[in-house]
Design a protein around this ligand. Structure first.
Ligand SMILES: [Zn+2]
Length: 340
């Protein structure tokens, strides 16, 4: 994804972050400011390591969403290694996602396509769990599972975290009695093949799904598209993404506030280009839940340091809790009185 430009508070500086590293970003361990309530929190940062990740609250405290389980899904993806579109790792993570969804009892569609890229024609696959509901109207939860084509890049946060969240969310929704139809889509090819993010070298999977849904007519049934990306950081701060649909952003942020996550879901705004644009451009209400603060929260973005030790099960649990709690609100909005 690409951070278009932003002005850090107190600075008149404008930065474009995509494709290159920002100067001055510290690689030092993040602060775990959001990790209250865990045994690990009281330890000095230096004594914490990958061996002692902060733990997630029990699933009962986060709407049934199991942050520890989501963390395991991230760990499993990282263990596969680099997962750039069209590579062996990409094929392996596809099998992993499909296997998990099937084990949850979710109906799964595998949507293969080929697309021209700067490195030639590449075979890609979108994976979509299509979960029936009382109404044919669709809520679409999405993530990208591919990782950026960089040496030794395993994308724990960028690709891994949101995919772990969406797998755990799919587990819950597939077992739930849904008033609305819910699709959980796992996109291939979000990342640019070139170092720079420059159209059309990005968002291959989301553009493909949006185009297919436009042709099939399914797109007109989509009431809301909710994208997560980079949601696993230990110092998670999610700003309101500037391109996102206002009412849907309000709904997600008010849900987060109600659940006590005002310190994670901030009221600041930042514009970021990402998979949601593929749907926004087709007039589908969409929101991107993303932490791309490369100066503070994710200094490891698009570097080989985007590893499992950067991931907090608690951050995954918070985002999952907000997403699963937003679903009945959407059901109430579009089909009042019908949500389970
Ligand atoms: Zn990326």
């Amino acid at each position: 994804m690409m951070l278009r430009a932003f002005a850090p508070v107190g600075l008149a500086l404008v930065l474009v972050a995509c494709g290159g590293k920002q100067g001055g970003a510290s690689q030092a361990a993040s602060t775990d400011a959001g990790q209250q309530g865990t045994a690990a929190t009281n330890l000095p940062a230096a004594t914490r390591s990958a061996a002692t990740p902060p733990v997630a609250p029990p699933a009962e405290a986060t709407g049934g969403f199991d942050g520890q389980q989501a963390y395991q899904y991230v760990a499993d993806q990282v263990a596969i290694g680099p997962r750039s579109a069209g590579t062996e790792g990409d094929l392996r993570v596809q099998q992993y996602i499909v296997g998990k969804l099937q084990s949850f009892g979710c109906p799964v569609d595998q949507e293969d396509f080929h697309t021209p890229t700067p490195i030639g024609n590449v075979a890609m696959k979108n994976i979509v769990a299509k979960i029936p509901g009382a109404s044919p109207d669709i809520v679409l939860f999405t993530t990208h599972y591919d990782t950026k084509r960089l040496e030794n890049f395993v994308g724990a946060d960028d690709g891994g975290s949101s995919t772990g969240v969406m797998l755990e969310l799919a587990r819950l929704v597939c077992a739930r009695k849904n008033a609305l139809t819910v699709w959980v889509a796992f996109f291939d090819g979000e990342e640019a093949f070139n170092l720079d993010w420059k159209d059309p070298d990005n968002t291959y999977g989301s553009r493909e799904l949006a185009a297919r849904m436009a042709v099939s007519g399914d797109l007109t049934r989509v009431k809301a598209m909710l994208l997560a990306d980079l949601v696993g950081g230990r110092n998670l701060h999610v700003k309101r993404e500037g391109n996102s649909t206002a009412w849907l952003t309000d709904l997600v942020w008010s849900t987060a506030a109600r659940l006590g996550y005002k310190d994670v879901f901030l009221s600041d705004r930042v514009p970021i280009d990402d998979d949601h644009l593929s749907f926004l451009h087709r007039n589908v209400a969409s929101v991107d839940i993303i932490d791309l603060d490369t100066l503070n929260d994710v200094p490891y973005w698009h570097t080989p340091q985007d590893t499992l030790d950067k991931i907090s099960p608690r951050s995954l649990a918070i985002v999952g809790h907000v997403l699963i709690a937003t679903l009945p609100q959407l059901e109430e909005k579009f089909h009042p009185g019908t949500h389970p």
